[in-house]
Design a binder for this molecule. Structure first.
Ligand SMILES: [Zn+2]
Length: 196
């Protein structure tokens, strides 16, 4: 996979080092904070959450992550598996509705040898793709432009999640989701027909 310039990375490095240093596993720390917009958590369900990647390959690069700190996919319970899969489905819809990509890459790095940066708390990547997107982002030097870009991405995805059937959005927020401070919530039916 060819790497593109990622201006969002700068914003996240500054945020984490100067404002709220992350001590411990970033996925555990961020999901336990009550500051979803700042943490870039755009959706939550009973066992999982959707987080904008701080090292994105493309705008809208999401990770779907179980709350439980577990690195082995085979260790997920049935409820965690189904919840994770349902949130992934909704995230695919939200990415299409919010950002209109030409396609998506989905995948997971499992184990130290696979190249992931955080290998003890599993996460599935959802990467929106556009035709010719290795040349998609021009180099942008202005910090305020970078912040607006990631805020805009958060806004678009929040609206995409909020438009999905079953979405639970805080009533205190404006109807169109502008400046939403908390993630869109989902309560999936995790019952299954089989008993295996
Ligand atoms: Zn963790």
């Amino acid at each position: 996979m060819e790497q593109i310039f990622a201006p969002w990375r700068i914003d996240w490095v500054e945020r984490d080092s100067e404002k709220q240093p992350i001590d411990g596993c970033p996925f555990c720390v961020l999901s336990e904070r009550d500051a979803d917009r700042e943490s870039r958590i755009v959706a939550r369900s009973e066992h999982s959450f959707a987080l904008l990647n701080n090292y994105p390959y493309n705008p809208g690069h999401l990770m779907i992550i179980p709350y439980r700190h577990v690195g082995d996919y085979t260790a997920l319970t049935r409820a965690e598996l189904l919840d994770h899969a349902r949130l992934k489905q909704v995230a695919i819809d939200a990415l299409h509705d919010g950002l209109g990509p030409d396609g998506l890459n989905m995948g997971m790095n499992s184990g130290e040898g696979a190249g992931g940066s955080i290998d003890d708390h599993l996460h599935t990547h959802l990467v929106p793709r556009w035709e010719g997107d290795t040349n998609f982002m021009p180099v942008i030097g202005e910090t305020n432009v970078i912040v607006e870009a990631v805020d805009d991405t958060y806004e678009r995805l929040h609206e995409g999640f909020a438009a999905h059937p079953g979405a639970i959005v805080d009533d205190a927020e404006s109807d169109d989701g502008d400046n939403a401070e908390q993630a869109v919530e989902f309560a999936f039916d995790l019952t299954t027909d089989d008993t295996a």
